[in-house]
Design a protein around this ligand. Structure first.
Ligand code: NFS
Ligand code: SF4
Length: 641
C-alpha cells in the first residue's frame, strides 16, 4: 500500500499526498515510483548521448564494452556529463541575472517605466566595489554604468577575470584561481567553452575537464552575484521580516495567487500590483488577495515583502491540489510541467510569463519590462475572475491547516547590521569572535533543492536539528530554507527547542542588542534568500576570511545540500568547494561510475582548492561529518590565533 510508505515528514504534504492518491491526481511522488528502478548507467553518470553514434554506456571494466564507440572511458564520460550540468546551472543563474541587468539598463534609459531604484545606497556600494567613480553622478547615470559593467561580465573578450566576482573575492582566492587557470573570463564564454570541450572528440582528460567545470562554476557565481546585487538595487535589500510558511497560508476565501519560479522582475511587480487591486478582489466577493510563493521567487518576495511561503519545489503540485489556488504564475526554472494536469483538475489557471518558458495548455502573459505592470494587472484580474468561478462552482477545497511562523530577510547587509549593534566599528568580528571564544562551533550554509531519492524534507530537518544541538550558526537559501520555515525551524521557538547552549546564547545576545528594531526574537536558521543569493553567503565567508586574515579554506564554515537536484545545484556545489568550503550533498550525483572522478571531487579538490564534496545519504552521518569538519577548522584556527 503506497499510503503506508512515508514519503515526507511535512504534515501538510502528507495530508495532500493521501488526498491526491484517493483522488487519482498524479504528482511527482507517483511519477518517481513509476520511474523505479532508474537506469543504473544514467544514475552512475556512465551513459553518454553527446553524439548520435551513441547512446553509449560503460558495461564493464575491460574490453571494447568498457568504452564508448569513440573510445571514451568511464572517467571521460562521467566528467563530461558533470561539467555539462554545471554549464546548464551557470546558464540558468546568469541568464536570470541578465534579465535583471536588462531591466536596470532599460530603466536607466527611460524604457522600463514600471521599475525604479529602490536602494540607492546599495547602488553606490556596488558601484564603488566594482571600481566605478561615484562622485558627481546621478543615481540613474550610475545605474547605467553598473548595468554596462555587468553586461561586460557576460561577454568580455580579455582575460583579466569577471568584475563582479573579482571585486568580491579575497586576495588569496584570486591568486588561487589565476594559478589554476580557473578564473572565468566571461560568463557566456565559459559556458560555451564547456559545451565545446565536451563535444565529441575534444577533451578526454577528466582532471582537465573538471578544472574547466570549476571555471564555469565561478562564472555561475559571477552571475549569482550580479543577480543579487541588481535585485537589491531595483527591489530593495532585505531586512528582517515576519511571515508564515506551509500550505495553511492558502486562504480559500481570498483570491489565491501563487508566485512560482525565480525572477523577482515578475514576482515583485505582481506583489506591488496586487496591493493596488485589493478592492477589485473585494468587489468580486473575496476577502482580499492572498499571494504565496513556491521555490526561489517565493524566497525573493518573502525576503523583501514578507509574502508567505506555500511550499517548496517537490510539493508544488500538492499546493495546486488544494483546489483553492486561482492562478499559479510562473517564470523560469524548477517549474514542473506536471503542474498543468493538476491545474486542469481544479480550474486553476497556469500562467507563463517568459518567452523561453512556456507550457502547453497554459495562459501566457508576456512580461517584457516595457509593459510589466500591464501584464501583472492582467494576471491579477484573471485570478479574480477565476475566484468568482470557483465560488460559483461550489467546488470543495482541501487546505491542510498547517503553517508555521518565521522570520526571514537576512541579507548580508542585514546580518552585519545585527552584528553592528554589538560592535559598530567591526561588525563581522562579532561572528568571528564567537567562534574563537567557542560560543558557537562555526557556520553552516544550508542550500539546495528537493530530491525524492530522500524522504522529502526529512534530511533537511534532521541535519538542521543536529547542527543546532552542536551550536552551529546556520544561514541558508533556496528550498532548504522553505523546509526550515514550513517545519517551524525558522523562529525563536526553534531556538528554545533545538539550539545548544552556546548557539542560544549567541542568538539571544544578538537579539538583546537589536531589540528595538526587530519585529520578534531571532530565529534558529537565518534565511539569506533565493539560490542566486548564495552570493550573500559567499560574501559572508569572504568577510570572515578577511577578518581572520586567512584564506577561505581556514574559515570554520561548511555547507550542505541535503537534497540537491538541479544543474544549478551542481554549479553552486562546485564553486562552494572551489572556494575552499567542504560541501555535503545528500542525494547521489551521477559520479559513481568513475572512481577517478569520485576521488577528484571528494579528495583531490581538497588538496587544490581546500574544499571537497562530502557525499552521504544518511542525514545523521552527514551531520556528524559536517560538525567534525567545522570543529576541526575552528580548532586549527584557534591554535594559530
Ligand atoms: Ni535552487 Fe531555487 Fe529549489 Fe533547487 Fe529549484 S527552487 S534556485 S534549484 S529546487 S533550491
Ligand atoms: Fe558514444 Fe563517444 Fe558519442 Fe558519447 S561521444 S555517444 S561515448 S561515441
Amino acid at each position: 500500500n503506497v499510503k503506508d510508505i512515508k514519503r515526507t515528514n511535512d504534515p501538510a504534504a502528507l495530508e495532500m499526498l493521501d488526498y491526491t492518491i484517493e483522488n487519482n491526481i498524479i504528482t511527482a511522488f507517483d511519477r518517481w515510483s513509476a520511474q523505479q528502478p532508474q537506469c543504473a548507467f544514467g544514475y552512475q553518470g556512465i551513459c553518454c548521448r553527446i553524439c548520435f553514434a551513441g547512446p553509449c554506456r560503460i558495461k564493464g571494466l575491460e574490453g571494447p564494452g568498457s568504452m564508448g564507440i569513440c573510445g571514451a572511458k568511464d572517467y571521460t564520460i562521467v566528467a563530461r556529463n558533470a561539467i555539462r550540468m554545471m554549464a546548464g546551472g551557470a546558464s540558468a543563474h546568469s541568464d536570470h541575472g541578465r534579465e535583471l541587468v536588462e531591466v536596470l539598463y532599460h530603466m536607466s534609459e527611460g524604457k522600463a517605466p514600471d521599475y525604479e531604484i529602490r536602494d540607492a545606497d546599495k547602488l553606490k556600494c556596488v558601484a564603488k566595489k566594482i571600481g566605478l567613480e561615484i562622485e558627481g553622478k546621478t543615481d540613474i547615470e550610475l545605474a547605467k554604468e553598473v548595468a554596462l559593467a555587468a553586461f561586460e561580465d557576460y561577454g568580455r573578450h580579455t582575460s583579466e577575470g569577471t568584475t563582479f566576482l573579482k571585486a568580491n573575492l579575497c586576495e588569496k582566492r584570486i591568486k588561487k584561481y589565476e594559478e589554476t587557470d580557473t578564473m572565468p573570463r566571461a560568463i557566456d564564454r565559459e559556458v560555451v567553452e564547456v559545451m565545446h570541450r565536451t563535444h565529441v572528440g575534444v577533451d578526454a582528460d577528466p582532471v582537465n575537464l573538471i578544472f574547466g567545470g570549476v571555471k564555469c562554476s565561478l562564472a555561475d557565481l559571477t552571475g549569482e552575484q550580479i543577480s543579487t546585487d541588481i535585485s537589491d538595487i531595483l527591489f530593495g535589500t532585505p531586512k528582517p521580516v515576519m511571515s508564515e510558511a506551509n500550505l495553511g497560508v492558502i486562504e480559500p476565501d481570498k483570491v489565491n495567487i501563487i508566485l512560482h519560479g525565480h525572477n523577482p522582475v515578475l514576482s515583485q511587480m505582481v506583489v506591488d500590483t496586487a496591493r493596488e487591486l485589493e478592492d477589485e478582489a473585494k468587489a468580486a466577493g473575496a476577502a482580499g488577495i492572498q499571494l504565496s510563493g513556491i521555490c526561489c521567487t517565493g524566497n525573493e518576495v518573502l525576503m523583501r515583502n514578507g509574502v508567505p511561503i506555500a511550499t517548496s519545489y517537490m510539493a508544488q503540485e500538492l499546493a495546486i491540489a488544494t483546489g483553492a489556488v486561482d492562478v499559479c504564475v510562473v517564470d523560469v526554472q524548477c517549474i514542473m510541467p506536471g503542474l498543468r494536469n493538476v491545474c486542469e483538475c481544479f480550474n486553476t489557471k497556469l500562467v507563463t510569463t517568459m518567452a523561453i518558458s512556456k507550457i502547453p495548455g497554459s495562459y501566457h502573459f508576456s512580461f517584457e519590462d516595457a509593459k510589466a505592470k500591464q501584464s501583472a494587472e492582467g494576471i491579477i484580474r484573471l485570478a479574480i475572475e477565476t475566484f468568482k468561478q470557483r465560488k460559483e462552482s461550489g467546488r470543495p477545497v482541501q487546505v491542510p491547516q498547517f503553517k508555521n511562523k518565521l522570520m526571514a530577510g537576512f541579507s548580508f547587509e542585514a546580518l552585519l547590521d545585527l552584528f553592528a549593534a554589538i560592535n559598530p566599528d567591526n561588525p563581522i568580528k562579532v561572528l568571528t569572535d564567537a567562534i574563537i571564544d567557542g560560543e558557537i562551533t562555526g557556520v553552516c550554509a544550508l542550500a539546495g533543492c528537493n530530491n525524492l531519492e530522500a524522504v522529502y524534507e526529512k534530511s533537511h530537518t534532521d541535519i538542521i536539528k543536529e547542527l543546532a544541538k552542536n551550536d552551529v550558526f546556520m544561514v541558508g537559501t533556496g528550498c532548504v530554507m522553505q523546509a526550515a520555515a514550513k517545519q517551524g525551524l525558522m523562529n525563536y521557538e526553534a531556538v528554545e527547542e533545538y539550539a545548544g547552549p552556546g548557539l542560544k546564547k549567541f542568538i539571544d545576545r544578538l537579539y538583546e542588542a537589536n531589540k528595538d528594531k526587530l519585529p520578534d526574537k531571532l530565529p534558529l536558521t537565518f534565511h539569506m534568500g533565493s539560490c542566486v543569493d548564495n552570493s550573500r553567503i559567499f560574501n559572508l565567508w569572504t568577510a570572515m576570511a578577511n577578518e581572520y586574515g586567512v584564506d577561505v579554506p581556514k574559515v570554520p564554515f561548511v555547507a550542505t545540500a541535503p537534497e540537491g537536484m538541479s544543474e544549478k545545484a551542481v554549479a553552486i556545489g562546485t564553486w562552494v568547494i572551489a572556494s575552499g568550503i567542504p560541501c555535503h550533498v545528500g542525494a547521489m550525483p551521477p559520479l559513481e561510475g568513475s572512481n577517478l572522478v569520485w576521488s577528484v571531487v571528494t579528495c583531490i579538490a581538497h588538496d587544490v582548492f581546500g574544499g571537497n564534496f562530502i557525499l552521504e545519504t544518511d542525514p545523521q552521518v552527514a551531520a556528524q561529518k559536517l560538525i567534525e569538519a567545522v570543529k576541526y577548522r575552528a580548532w586549527k584556527l584557534k591554535i594559530h590565533m
